[in-house]
Design a protein around this ligand. Sequence first.
Ligand SMILES: [Zn+2]
Length: 453
Amino acid sequence: MLIRTWGFVATKPHAPWVSVEVRAERGALVRTSGLPSGAAQESMARLRAALAHVGLRPPTQALTLHVHPTCTKEDVPHLDLALAAALLTLGGRLQAHDLLHTAFAGTLTLAGDLHGPSLSAATSLAKVHTAVPSEVQRLVHAPGGDRFLSDRLRLNCRREISTLLELVDSTPSWKVLEAPKPPKLDQGWEDIDGEGHAKSWLAIAAKHRLPVLMSGPPGCGKTSLAKACPALRARRLHTSDVPWVAPHPAGGVAGLLGAWRRGGPQPGAWAQADGGVLFLDEFLEWTRPARESLRHVMETDRLELHRAEGAAIWTSKPWIVAATNPCACGRGPDRCLCTPAQQKLHRRKCSAPLLERFAVQLDVGHDPTPCPKTWDDILDWMGRPFPTEDIPWKDGARHGWLTSDIRRQASMRVRAAMEKLAQAHADWRGADAVTQEDVKAAMDVTWMTREGW
Ligand SMILES: [Zn+2]
């Protein structure tokens, strides 16, 4: 099997784009052409250790490496990421055709972390303006690896990764690297009449990546609202598109968080939704272990999977938006056949510690008020920075909150969340201080403040 790809070698200011070929065959040797044999052997030993450390099985075949133009001992570490991508392709974890038009820039530690070129190397490169070969259409680079991209070197399609695992995790979304698309408006948002409360809070939650749980009868527009979420989040991150991942409840813990399959770690929906939206429809139909497993990752944005064969560590920052029917019969409030006890039982499927982690809890389906901002206004507000971490409180609002029964009864987590919600709501109104209106709005999206919870 022959793998072709590209490396970007920061120590070669006049010829940084290096064509890399790796051929695998039976045996266990490493042969080299175009780079010093000793340095290549060291490099391969380091790559195999890094792959093993992050739980990715390194290939065991004999390898022939060929690079052009010729690289020196100092250049070889800059080929780390390109060679790692080639090894992962030999192991079946990446697709050979994806590598053909991709250049990789980054050096690797034994722990699988990536480093970009030093600032001095980047500065000298920026002056050279070496043309990008026509075959190279996209760049995957370590943090800081885009420093060398002067305007003339800039590629439209590039992706920053900081660990080897992100390289593997990002493969389902290689298409993210393709030509940028403008943020899409899902027509559902403006087609849904009313629901100004839910729309306002979805926008606020998108700005701060606050987990949302929506409750409403079937057909009330929960899914349509959720489909507008990637566009909100993309605007917040000043990017053109973000992943949207909506796993099925039947996938269980493995589908949601990942599992060890076919000898390697397989990321779940949570890792694939990094930077985008993880939409969990029918949230109370997931198994309890699947739902509860979310608690840890919502807290840490990190997941470790340990098996006898190795360990996988994923980091991911999706915006979690979940939706559920208000009761088991799913008929909505007017035609519901459930007894109060059955309704309570349905709600209890979501444990208090899990519910607490959904900072924004919304009732959808009965609100005739329109959203106070248009879609365009929302996008505009979404792109603006949050004024400060600490919007001041008006005295009355502060006193009312500090002496409220709800605050006294709430856990530390809920208290902190409600204070943040009040500030975020003030920012949504365009106010420069938190008032009682904002405190009340925060209580409105916290179900535990109500009777029956
Ligand atoms: Zn019911």
